[in-house]
Design a protein around this ligand. Structure first.
Ligand code: C2E
Ligand code: MG
Ligand code: MG
Ligand code: MG
Length: 283
């Protein structure tokens, strides 16, 4: 009986592994044509200044609406895009799409609007000079590097790869700011914060969520803010969902916040409406 069960088990896993592999293959093929078929679009999540509620930053987030499966999570298709060599093209497309919107919104923000875009580590290993391609594009739209923040993860800075520093300098030379995304979830080494010119730490939403319940966590978040400020960095809290979290973060001097309490990632038209209406209102 045990043997039979074992065999069944084996058969079951084989079938499901095959199915998974086939699913992924199908999804990969669909992703390859998603850009041409206009299934990709960019949404914008407001990032508000905590001291006064001003809105002049937002994070661009990629969305894929698959014709059959509907909305596919970036957590699923971004790793896939990395695996099949699409991420650089996709990352450039997100940047261009976001900047086209910023240029349309120009009259609403007097040049102040800053959009932060996520960058995969692979975009730094593509052999392309992304910074100069982006600069050309910004100039064509009458924008500048000051309209852009790039979000990178701690892992990118860990391996002392000189080409990474050179590329980051390239971005900073054109006025693009740099944020560390998901700060606190990756590696415990903080040495890189001094070694590279970083502008923002984005505190991961796991820490923000735990603010409600865990006083040790509150101490940790406060310490991150103090440390960041001593190093000349600003702090953005991610995943802020409650007024209590917002108030705590504001009280400890956290600079910016992003989360469902303020707004979910918005379609461009809805973000534009928010820019028009609420840019200077209290939060
Ligand atoms: P991320 O860069 O850390 O983006 C923040 C994620 O948190 C987004 O998920 C956003 O929708 C979600 N979020 C924001 N506020 C809240 C909140 O209050 N509560 C909760 N529960 N979630 C909140 P999303 O859009 O599903 O993206 C997931 C991840 O996929 C991103 O994490 C980023 O790592 C990646 N991603 C998204 N777009 C791009 C892209 O254009 N390029 C690259 N390389 N990665 C991307
Ligand atoms: Mg991000
Ligand atoms: Mg994040
Ligand atoms: Mg993330």
């Amino acid at each position: 009986a045990a043997k039979a069960a074992g065999q069944n088990c084996y058969a079951y896993f084989t079938a499901s592994l095959q199915e998974t592999a086939q699913n992924r293959l199908q999804l990969a093929n669909a992703l390859r044509s998603a850009m041409e078929l206009e299934q990709l679009h960019v949404v914008f999540q407001p990032i508000v200044r905590l001291s006064d509620g001003h809105l002049h930053k937002a994070e661009a987030l990629l969305r894929w609406v698959h014709p059959v499966r509907g909305l596919v999570s970036p957590a699923e298709f971004i790793p896939l895009a990395e695996e099949i060599g699409l991420i650089s093209d996709m990352g450039n497309w997100v940047f261009e799409e976001a900047m086209r919107k910023v240029s349309q919104w120009m009259p609403l923000h007097h040049g102040q609007l800053q959009i932060s875009v996520n960058m995969s580590p692979l975009q730094f290993h593509s052999g392309r000079d992304t910074a100069s391609v982006w600069l050309d594009y910004l100039h064509r739209l009458d924008l500048s590097g000051s309209n852009v923040i790039i979000e990178i993860t701690e892992g990118l800075l860990l391996h002392a790869d000189p080409t990474i520093s050179i590329q980051l300098l390239g971005f900073r030379d054109m006025g693009i700011q740099v944020a560390i995304d998901d700060f606190g979830t990756g590696y415990s080494s903080l040495a890189y914060l001094q070694k590279f010119d970083i502008d923002y730490l984005k505190i991961d939403q796991a820490f923000v969520r735990a603010l409600d319940t865990d006083s040790g966590n509150q101490a940790l978040v406060e310490a991150i803010v103090v440390m960041a400020h001593k190093l000349g960095l600003k702090v953005i809290a991610e995943g802020v969902e409650t007024a209590a979290q917002r108030d705590f973060l504001r009280n400890i001097g956290c600079d910016y916040a992003q989360g469902y309490l303020f707004a979910k990632p918005l379609q461009p038209d809805d973000f534009e409406a928010m820019l028009r209406g609420k840019a200077d209102s209290e939060i």
